[in-house]
Design a protein around this ligand. Structure first.
Ligand code: ZN
Length: 453
């Protein structure tokens, strides 16, 4: 009885607003869908979403009266989720089989924002590898002036002279302070551009740099302190548990890759929780590092192939590439790292620490933008999380991290109608997120997905 009444009230309030005459705002009703709203609550079958303009008016289970003038779209058999949010990615540097600063053009950035959107990713946090024009591109994207995924960014991250991150990988506009004092001054410079977070690299890159070439605690402590003065949070690229331990003590806010040389101890997990640190595992990075030594099950899936830059498929299937990967010391390290990363994710998640989706997509040609997010979700399930938990991580939690959860990340009244519509149930098999039927942004369909159907 109660539900019938509330449906009637929704219909009445809808008619009231339709008659109040705010012209120009299209009303669309998606009916008979199964809605997974991103809050973690159970899927709602046979549900209607009323959208007015760019916002969701209601999400209602059962039959509703369709008001005159509204566009009704039957979504029988479809699954509707909030679109995805990738909190660790990169744009602009990748082109073909290369990643360089020269590739960073407005056209290339726009092209990649559209690619993310085709794969159901409606917002990305690019982690500190912008070129100078990245500031204006970020601003245009967030003002809604360029299409595709919304482009949030750490803009220009902090690394080490002659070491991480390698300039040869397009990381040419990274600050590389040589003292704590210089670092603080550089944070002040960066703060003028209002980055979403401050990115730091604290790593020896699989042992390729000496320990004294890794960013020193005095430098990152100064960066964190200065960032906090400006109301900015700091996200760390890291690999080792020992670095994580020191960074957590120094006040880091976001761990932007898995800790994956060791399984994390309970005491440090408790400290992370107390300090409200967010964890972004980027498991796909580890898997991509050695997957093409063999033939992964996604290799011939058009959903994967359509995410690749020209030349990358030929590269990863060539005998010489397979041989190179087979011999690489990184391959051996990453094969040992991934199981530890999976174990750490489960432990951290179960402790109640917020986890957000991230991939490092776009930092190298093999980390395919768009596909990587779907692979990441499958790996999180492999770690022991449920598909429902993973979907909440990949939508709502990303919005919380980006401080955009007032508008995005869940399908609730008042939120933006940014939708990922699937053909098959992702709760049955997380790989069903790859069955994209349509992607909507602000109440309008913007893509039929990366594979024609
Ligand atoms: Zn990265």
């Amino acid at each position: 009885m109660k539900s019938i009444l509330s449906i009637a009230l929704v219909a009445i309030s809808y008619f009231a607003s339709a008659q109040s005459g705010d012209a120009g705002q299209t009303t669309t009703i998606l009916t008979n869908a199964t809605v997974i709203d991103g809050t973690g609550k159970p899927a709602m079958p046979n549900t209607a979403i009323i959208i007015k303009g760019d916002k969701i008016v209601s999400v209602t289970r059962g039959k509703i009266a369709v008001p005159g003038g509204a566009i009704q779209i039957d979504m029988t058999g479809k699954y509707i989720l909030p679109s995805l949010i990738d909190c660790h990615s990169h744009v602009g540097n990748l082109k073909g089989t290369t990643t360089t600063g020269d590739n960073y053009t407005p056209e290339n950035v726009r092209h990649q924002l559209l690619r993310f959107q085709d794969y159901g990713v409606s917002a990305i946090l690019s982690m500190g590898t912008e070129q100078s024009i990245g500031v204006a591109l970020r601003d245009s994207s967030l003002a809604g002036k360029i299409p595709g995924a919304a482009f949030y960014s750490a803009l220009f991250g902090f690394g080490v002279k002659g070491a991480m991150p390698p300039e040869s990988m397009g990381m040419t506009h990274v600050y590389r302070p040589q003292s704590a004092q210089e670092a603080a001054g550089m944070v002040q410079q960066l703060a003028r551009y209002h980055p979403q977070v401050v990115k730091i690299w604290v790593d020896d890159f699989y042992g390729q740099y000496k320990k004294d070439q890794v960013m020193q605690p005095a430098v990152y402590t100064a960066i964190i302190r200065e960032a906090h003065k400006h109301g900015l949070r700091v996200a760390a690229h890291l690999y080792y548990l020992s670095d994580a331990r020191r960074l957590i003590d120094a006040g880091i806010d976001i761990i932007a890759h898995s800790i994956r040389d060791s399984v994390i101890d309970d005491a440090l997990v408790a400290k992370m929780k107390k300090k409200k640190i967010t964890y972004i595992p980027t498991l796909s990075l580890d898997d991509f590092a050695y997957a093409y030594e063999g033939t992964p099950d996604w290799l011939n899936d058009p959903f994967f192939q359509n995410a690749l830059e020209p030349g990358v498929y030929d590269m990863i299937t060539s005998a010489s590439y397979k041989e190179k990967i087979g011999k690489s010391s990184v391959t051996a390290q990453e094969k040992e790292a991934l199981p530890k990363a999976l174990a750490n994710l489960l432990k951290i998640y179960q402790a109640g620490i917020p986890v957000a989706l991230g991939t490092d997509a776009g930092a190298s040609p093999i980390r395919a933008q768009g596909f990587a997010e779907h692979m990441e979700m499958a790996l999180m399930v492999q770690a022991g999380l449920t598909p429902m938990q993973v979907l909440q991580i990949s939508t709502h939690n990303g919005a919380v991290l980006l401080h955009i959860d007032k508008d995005k990340g869940t399908l609730e009244p008042g939120k933006k109608a940014d939708l990922l519509i699937l053909e098959k149930d992702p709760l049955q098999d997380i790989r069903n997120t790859r069955t994209i039927y349509a992607v909507w942004k602000g109440g309008v369909k913007v893509s039929d997905g990366p594979v024609s159907h």
